[in-house]
Design a protein around this ligand. Structure first.
Ligand code: KIV
Ligand code: NA
Length: 265
């Protein structure tokens, strides 16, 4: 099977085929996710929470991201691999972002993801012009949890929705090819998705109107301790194996049955 490219992801968006994204942090799960049909793997800084037991993603470093990206890339061939830029690794300047993105790309990532709205557009453009594909991330941006005052739904109300839409358009203009929307009212995410010309939206707690979906692997498997968010579904319920659960997730994203209304805001 051919490796998924940015071109192929753009084609999926244009043809209305849903993009199934899932986080992954190691080679064994990367191979399993490939067998299950995952289109793109996100080496998320959620590894701070689910692997390291941190209370937030803030302590994650570029070194951690390089290590896990290298591990994932060794385990799979078909999925498009996106690596998160951790907190503090791209906020100072476009030059700092490029320096750290280059380390993730050298580790085998095919795209980097960074959090932030219009204020990140200059950095996005700097990276894209230099050959680094960028996935943006708006709505609930976990690296800003202390500024946002907790893990809360974003883009509520007319003003909140307008700000998110302006952020999305600025990021698309800057050249971001994908954009994660996290914890955004489904109606707002659907409207933003429709307003974009080329950038594919990947939702997590943003409704079924996005071009694709992403979940944290450990949430999908029901192994992350504690209370889970409304947008999480445990796909191990009724599954015969872990691979079956991931396969069911991919199928549910593809046929639009996940997320269901009960997973949305
Ligand atoms: O780090 C992560 O897993 C993420 C997804 C939840 C989008 O950023
Ligand atoms: Na992340």
């Amino acid at each position: 099977t051919k490796p998924v490219t940015l071109f192929e992801l753009g084609k999926m968006r244009a043809e209305g085929r849903k993009i199934a994204v899932l986080t992954c942090y190691d080679a064994s799960f990367a191979a399993l996710e490939e067998r299950a049909g995952v289109d793109a793997i996100l080496v998320g800084d959620s590894l701070g929470n689910v692997l390291q037991g941190q209370k937030s993603t803030l302590p994650v470093t570029v070194e951690h991201m390089v290590y896990h990206t290298e591990s994932v890339v060794r385990g799979c061939n078909r999925p498009f691999v996106i690596a998160d830029m951790p907190f503090g690794s791209y906020h100072e300047s476009p030059a700092q972002a490029m320096r750290n993105a280059a380390r993730l790309m050298a580790a085998g990532a095919q795209m980097v993801k960074l959090e932030g709205g219009a204020f990140m557009a200059e950095t996005v453009r700097f990276l894209v012009e230099r050959g680094v594909p960028v996935c943006a991330h708006i709505g609930l941006t976990p690296q800003s949890v202390h500024q946002l005052g907790g893990y809360r739904v974003q883009g509520r109300g007319e003003e909140g929705a307008a700000r998110l839409k302006a952020d999305a358009l600025a990021l698309e203009q800057a050249g971001a090819a994908l954009m994660v929307m996290e914890m955004v009212p489904a109606a707002v995410a659907t409207e933003i998705t429709a307003a974009l010309a080329s950038m594919a939206t990947i939702g997590i707690g943003a409704g079924a109107g996005c071009d694709g979906q992403v979940l944290v692997l450990h949430d999908l498997l029901g192994v992350y301790p504690g209370k889970t968010a409304r947008f999480v579904k445990n796909f191990m319920d009724g599954a015969a194996s872990i691979e079956d659960a991931v396969t069911r997730y991919v199928a549910a994203v593809k046929d639009g049955s996940f997320p269901a209304p009960e997973h949305c805001y």
